[in-house]
Ligand binder design. Structure first.
Ligand code: GH3
Ligand code: MG
Ligand code: MG
Ligand code: MG
Length: 327
């Protein structure tokens, strides 16, 4: 337990000595002042548990000291007990309370009453001290907590990215495509607007791997993925890698004409990457085949219809010599 400091103020040294003898305790430190002005200065420099203040002093009296203490942010909460000469009917006890004193004691002091009153304020001070220590500790913890919160958010963001995107290409993964497809389908039902789907597959990609190796194959996949997402320009367009060398592009609020337009653009975008492909039977460079379909969601259709129609289109595009689109 810490030491509690008490300021004793009296213009007469013998009165100070009396107070000192009454408060001679190991856990109390007494600080003396023999004038009001000296007392005020000390209250600014120390953290007092209590001020025992004489009323009558030459110069600045106790009431004035109390009023000035109340007017200062640093000292306004320090409890003050006035100690004054023997009781007289004309002593303005109320004035002491008005100045903000917590108590008013008369000399000669009753030792037991005096000690127990002082004891209450020491107890309060200790309590306050412990509370402010706890508050500081909590403040530190709060800062730590905020840092942890920040880390958690970053981890969550990374986790979200990992669980929704494909590691090789950065496009949406199959799982996220399924989720997005479901959402767009439901939105299409509400807005009664056409939803188009493009299924894109790299031509003779097995031969590409066989010719150039798996690492070159991966590199090619990355370039194709980038070309596709660049070519699917609208923000609402969702591009996913849904298989080894298969991609899906979901085009909300897009009619067959628009979908065909995007498909042609994708075909061209990949083709103009001009990635050499000796093993291809379709061209000298890497090409794709694209199957398309468009449905206004609901109205007797289900999601699978859109997928199956696009898949059938892809099959026809392959049969048709590859490097082409099919509705
Ligand atoms: P088609 O024109 O009919 O599509 O012929 P294809 O060879 O592209 O089709 P197939 O389905 O027979 O082969 C796909 C190949 O894609 C098989 C596999 O070696 C390759 N592949 C799938 N995933 C990856 C991958 O992540 N990296 C690499 N490098 N190759 C992959
Ligand atoms: Mg006096
Ligand atoms: Mg395939
Ligand atoms: Mg293929």
């Amino acid at each position: 337990m810490g030491i509690a400091k008490i300021l004793i103020v009296d213009d007469r040294v013998e009165n100070l000595l009396t107070l000192e003898s009454l408060l001679d305790e190991p856990d109390i430190e007494l600080v003396r002042a023999t004038s009001g002005i000296e007392a005020l200065g000390l209250t600014l420099d120390h953290d007092f548990a209590l001020v025992l203040l004489d009323v009558q002093m030459p110069g600045m009296d106790g009431y004035e000291v109390a009023e000035l203490m109340r007017g200062n942010k640093k000292t306004k909460h320090i409890p003050i007990i006035f100690i004054t000469a023997a009781f007289r009917a004309d002593v303005q006890v109320f004035k002491g309370y008005e100045c903000g004193a917590v108590d008013y004691l008369f000399k000669p002091l009753d030792e037991r009453v005096f000690k127990s009153k002082v004891g209450v304020f020491i107890e309060l001070f200790r309590h306050k001290d412990a509370l402010s220590k706890k508050t500081r500790e909590l403040d530190r913890k709060l800062v730590e907590l905020e840092e942890l919160q920040q880390q958690l958010e970053e981890t969550n963001e990374r986790l979200h990215l990992l669980s929704t995107t494909d590691g090789l290409t950065g496009l949406l993964n199959k799982r996220q495509f399924d989720t997005t497809f479901e959402e767009e389908w439901q939105r299409g039902i509400r807005t009664k607007s056409p939803l188009s789907l493009l299924l894109l597959d790299i031509d003779h990609f097995k031969a590409y791997n066989d010719t150039y190796g798996h690492a070159a194959g991966d590199d090619c996949l990355k370039k194709v993925a980038m070309a596709i997402s660049d070519a699917a320009k609208r923000n609402a367009d969702k591009v996913a890698r849904i298989g080894g060398e298969e991609f899906a592009v979901l085009l909300p609020e897009t009619d067959p004409e628009g979908a065909q337009h995007v498909a042609e653009r994708l075909l061209k975008a990949v083709s103009s990457l001009d990635i050499s492909h000796r093993g291809s039977l379709a061209a000298e460079h890497v090409t794709t085949s694209i199957g398309l379909s468009t449905i206004v969601p609901g109205q007797g259709y289900v999601q699978r219809d859109l997928l199956e129609t696009a898949d059938a289109g892809l099959y026809r595009a392959k049969e048709n010599g590859r490097n082409s689109t099919w509705y």
